[in-house]
Design a binder for this molecule. Structure first.
Ligand SMILES: [Mg+2]
Length: 307
């Protein structure tokens, strides 16, 4: 059983890290605006409400297209707020934009600085923050001979370090062959980078670009049985597109980890029809149930073939 998995939001509880990023944005914006913490908090509340009111238009903007939408992706709220400030739709946003641009090259550079500096500091302070039950799931999968390959936009060292804390060795997937060790990781997987075409899939009115060559190359190389992730656009859209194409490396099953904020358009993308997500779970600890079901299905198929 070969599993390709996202990391943050599947194996971790990202709320703590996201709160730390928010605190950095408040501090840094306070510096450029020369404003008190409370005033900056009030501004950010206004910007967050504005982007969440039009989530189809805001998110992780790459080359004028959204790599993920703000309502499905916990981590892209700062980027979406940066986009809102840059658009300067209100007097408050224009003030913030002018203040940031006096000291920073662009809103993207400013928000990237807030995001990356916090995440780097977070990794130094927190050496493991796996979600409840993650270790048990890992042991269960390993005992059944499964291989797990993480494809994550986080740096590989984060995953390697956190699992080392729990006594598990994770190999760098780019330096090792698929199947050579049970746990491997592609860091900085580039799930957000687009190729030259505008190929996309429609999920209940949201257009999700699926020409993402870096992530596609990983799925092609790993040829997984299962792909699991918590953000449809980043983690599951490419494997679903490959399945629709009848690509031989497409996964047999896709699994969505639904979080508290997961929007209706994503939940409605789960179903038995081609191009839909196969399973939805509310937590990683439900993954063994799906793997068990697949294993039984496979055994039944093998015995039928034997007859
Ligand atoms: Mg994730």
């Amino acid at each position: 059983m070969r599993i390709v998995s996202d990391f943050d939001g599947v194996w971790t509880e990202p709320a703590r890290e996201a709160r730390a990023v928010h605190a950095t944005v408040v501090r840094e914006l306070g510096l450029v605006l020369e404003e008190a913490h409370e005033r900056v908090e009030a501004r950010l509340e206004e910007y967050a409400a504005a982007v969440m009111a039009r989530p189809h238009a805001y998110g992780w903007l790459i080359d004028h297209r959204l790599a993920s939408f703000v309502d499905e992706d916990f981590f892209c709220l700062p980027a979406a707020m940066g986009q809102y400030i840059e658009n300067g739709e209100t007097e408050s946003a224009r003030q913030a934009r002018d203040a940031v641009l006096r000291r920073w090259e662009s809103l993207t550079v400013f928000m990237d600085h807030c995001f990356h500096s916090t995440c780097a500091a977070f990794r130094e302070q927190v050496d493991h923050d796996l979600t409840h039950g993650a270790e048990r799931v890992l042991e269960w999968l390993l005992a059944r001979g499964a291989t797990i390959t993480w494809a994550t936009n986080a740096p590989a060292e984060k995953i390697i370090g956190w699992f080392a804390h729990h006594g598990h060795q994770v190999a760098d997937a780019r330096e090792t062959e698929p199947g050579s060790s049970p746990l491997r990781v592609y860091g900085r997987a580039g799930k957000q980078w687009f190729g030259p075409t505008d190929r996309s899939l429609d999920f209940n009115g949201r257009t999700v670009p699926v020409d993402r060559p870096q992530y596609r190359a990983i799925v092609e190389r790993e040829s997984p049985d299962v792909v699991i992730g918590d953000v449809l656009s980043l983690d599951l859209a490419v494997p679903l597109a490959m399945a629709l194409e009848g690509h031989p490396a497409a996964p047999r099953e896709t699994v969505l980890v639904a979080r508290r904020h997961t929007p209706r358009w994503v939940l409605d993308a789960v179903g038995p029809e081609p191009g839909r997500i196969d399973h939805v779970v509310s937590h990683l600890t439900s993954l063994p149930r799906i793997v068990l079901g697949l294993t039984k299905e496979r055994a039944a198929l093998a015995s039928t073939a034997g007859c």
